[in-house]
Design a protein around this ligand. Structure first.
Ligand SMILES: [Zn+2]
Length: 259
C-alpha cells in the first residue's frame, strides 16, 4: 500500500517539524504565538489529508483484521470472504449471448478502443468519472479506470445502497464489497488477456463499453456469510428486474449493466 506509506511519511514529517519548532520555542528562538499557529495549521492540514483518505485507511485496517481472523480458522472455506461463484449463489447469464450483445446495444456500440476514445466519451458525457460511495470500495486499479456510463454508475450506486439496506441495523451495517476492475481500453484488455490467458475474453470485453465491473471480495464488519447473503439478495433482485447481468470470472463476479 504505497498510499499508506506516503501517509505515514507525511505523519512523520508532521511530528518532526512540530518537534523541531517546539525545541526552538523552548530555546526561546520562536515566539509562542508563532509556535501555536504552526501547530494548528499543520495539524489541520494533516487531519484533512487523513480525512480525505479515510476509506483507504478503513480498507487497510479491515484487511488486516480479516487476515488476522482468517489465520485463526485455517480449515474454514472462504475465510478471506472472497466473492466468487462458490461463495455466492447466483444465476448465470451467458456472456456471448447476453452480456456482450446487450452491452453493445445499450451503449450504441460505443467501444472504448484507446485513451483518445475514452476522453472523447468523457467530454460527451457518455462516460463519467466516479468515486466510492456507500456499500462499495474500488481497489486501486491497474488495468482499468474509474469510469462508467451514467446508467451503469446509477445502477452501481443503487446496488451499493440496496446491499447496505439489506444489512440495516445489524453489526454488518457498514460492510462493503470490493470492486477490482471497471472500464478497460482495448489495450488494457489485451494486457489482461496476456496476464490471464485462460480467463479473460479475447473478443471485445463488456468492460470496454463502460457498463461492467467486477466484484472480488467482501469487507465484512462482523459476519462474512451474513454480508455475502445481503449482496446475493441485492444482485438477484436487480437481476430479476432486468437491470443487470451476472456471470462468474476468475476470482470474481462479473456484472454488466443493461437497463
Ligand atoms: Zn469482468
Amino acid at each position: 500500500m504505497i498510499l499508506l506509506a506516503i501517509l505515514l511519511l507525511i505523519g512523520l514529517a508532521y511530528l518532526f517539524l512540530n518537534g523541531w519548532v517546539m525545541i526552538r520555542w523552548l530555546k526561546r528562538k520562536v515566539k509562542t504565538k508563532s509556535f501555536l499557529w504552526f501547530f494548528v495549521v499543520t495539524s489541520i492540514l494533516y487531519l484533512s489529508i487523513l480525512f480525505w483518505n479515510r476509506k483507504s485507511i478503513e480498507f487497510w485496517l479491515d484487511t488486516k483484521r480479516i487476515e488476522k481472523e482468517a489465520q485463526k480458522k485455517p480449515d474454514q472455506p472462504n475465510r478471506y470472504c472472497a466473492c466468487n461463484w462458490s461463495s455466492l449463489s447466483l444465476k448465470k447469464d451467458s456472456y456471448p449471448k447476453k452480456h456482450r450483445p446487450l452491452a453493445q446495444k445499450i451503449t450504441q456500440n460505443r467501444y472504448i478502443k484507446d485513451s483518445k476514445t475514452l476522453n472523447k466519451y468523457l467530454r460527451n458525457k457518455d462516460l463519467m468519472t466516479f468515486t466510492d460511495q456507500d456499500g462499495y470500495w474500488v481497489e486501486p486499479l491497474t488495468h482499468s479506470s474509474m469510469h462508467l456510463t451514467p446508467l451503469a454508475l446509477k445502477r452501481l450506486n443503487e446496488l451499493g445502497r440496496l446491499f447496505r439496506k439489506n444489512l440495516e441495523d445489524t453489526k454488518d451495517a457498514n460492510s462493503y464489497f470490493v470492486i477490482s476492475s471497471v472500464t478497460r481500453t482495448e489495450k488494457q484488455q489485451k494486457q489482461i488477456v496476456r496476464a490471464y490467458p485462460n480467463s479473460a475474453t479475447r473478443n471485445k470485453s463488456t468492460h470496454s463499453y463502460g457498463v461492467s465491473f467486477d466484484i472480488s471480495k467482501m469487507m465484512y464488519k462482523s459476519s462474512c456469510n451474513y454480508s455475502l447473503k445481503a449482496l446475493e439478495k441485492a444482485l438477484t433482485e436487480m437481476q430479476s428486474q432486468g437491470k443487470l447481468l451476472i456471470c462468474p470470472e476468475k476470482g470474481c463476479i462479473h456484472i454488466t449493466i443493461v437497463n
